[in-house]
Design a protein around this ligand. Structure first.
Ligand code: 4NP
Length: 175
């Protein structure tokens, strides 16, 4: 794993050890496909490890145009087939997220660079990592591709990537 991501993870684990809780935010563009799916996949991984009451999860988008909407119906259908019910309502990322969350996970280059533009201090910037930094089986992917203009396959690959990366992140938080 990249040293910056390793360091960000260590700070989250230190905070859990010190304060008994931490918060993780998943971020994509519209907050209707990738990040609400990541949030739910991660919630199940944390539940399996008994960490769901310790780690708070949420998701947000860099684009506010879908504010208040449920996740994209295609994303909900593909997620439901794997046992994930997506009920999040889209909301844009806000400055206070950088105070309220300990780890901010972007899905692609565009999300990461927009998030870096938002961060006001080095400490806030250091919270930003990339979902695929945690990939194991899918380590040949350096981002979670935007499925919005893709077919069914695009949504399946998103879920494959998210399950792989969230499992590995949850394992790291549990060990
Ligand atoms: P997401 O997908 O970033 O994974 O939620 C998208 C959703 C909406 C748009 C683009 C990507 N859009 O252009 O409206």
């Amino acid at each position: 794993m990249k040293p910056q991501t390793e360091a960000a993870l260590t700070r989250v684990k230190d905070k859990i050890a010190r304060e008994g809780h931490a918060a993780i935010l998943f971020v994509c563009l519209g907050n209707i496909c990738r990040s609400p799916a990541a949030e739910e996949v991660m919630r199940q991984e944390l539940k399996h490890r008994g960490l769901d009451s310790i780690i708070t999860l949420d998701s947000g988008g860099m684009y506010a145009g879908h504010r208040g909407e449920l996740p994209d119906q295609r994303m909900r259908i593909h997620a439901r087939r794997r046992g994930y019910e997506l009920t999040h309502r889209s909301r844009p990322v806000k400055y206070s997220d950088f105070e309220d969350f300990d780890l901010i996970i972007g899905m692609d280059d565009s999300n990461i660079s927009s998030l870096r533009g938002f961060a006001r201090t080095e400490e806030e910037d250091a919270k930003i990592v990339r979902m695929t930094d945690f990939s194991r089986a899918y380590s040949h992917f350096d981002h979670v591709p935007d499925p919005y203009y893709e077919g069914a396959e695009g949504f399946e690959i998103v879920l494959d990537l998210l399950e792989d990366a969230c499992r590995s992140l949850a394992d790291r938080l549990a060990d």
